[in-house]
Design a protein around this ligand. Structure first.
Ligand code: RB5
Length: 142
């Protein structure tokens, strides 16, 4: 499975660790940047990640910024993206089970790296439940 990943300067340290960790697990990781701790705009990496998910160049995406909100807001402007913000394991599970998030967003400044790993594992290992949740997802586009 190919996973695209991006962060701004606030999430760059967790991004680097997640790339190494998930790469070891056999996921093909595509890094959309940033790779610097210098202040930058999350939009500049979120849009390219969203495009790659929409175009099928990657199967799923992971995005990190300080609160996660800038990434989620930007990503969710793309019609083909359901970006879900998760800050604990239960939400990591539910964001896939109920919302079928194709991009997982995490608030790097408000969770530990160990928590980020737990959330990613929960999101990757959970299956979308479909049914009434599919009906709700179908009603999201405006
Ligand atoms: C950067 O300071 C911060 O604003 C950004 O990482 C994010 O939290 C925005 O939503």
């Amino acid at each position: 499975m190919k996973i695209g990943i991006c962060s701004d300067h606030a999430g760059v340290a967790y991004k680097a660790k997640l790339i190494a960790w998930l790469g070891k697990k056999g996921y093909e990781m595509v890094n959309f940047g940033t790779d610097s701790t210098e202040s930058m705009d999350y939009t500049d990496v979120a849009h390219p990640l969203a495009n790659a998910v929409e175009e099928g160049k990657v199967d799923l995406g992971i995005a990190l910024c300080g609160t996660g909100n800038g990434m989620a807001m930007t990503l969710n402007h793309h019609k083909g993206i359901r970006a879900g913000l998760a800050w604990n394991t239960a939400i990591g599970t539910l964001v896939k089970e109920h919302n079928n998030a194709n991009v997982l967003v995490m608030p790097a400044r408000f969770i530990s790296y160990a928590m980020a790993q737990h959330i990613v594992r929960a999101w990757l290992e959970t299956e979308f439940a479909g049914g009434r949740h599919q009906r709700r997802i179908d009603k999201i586009p405006v």
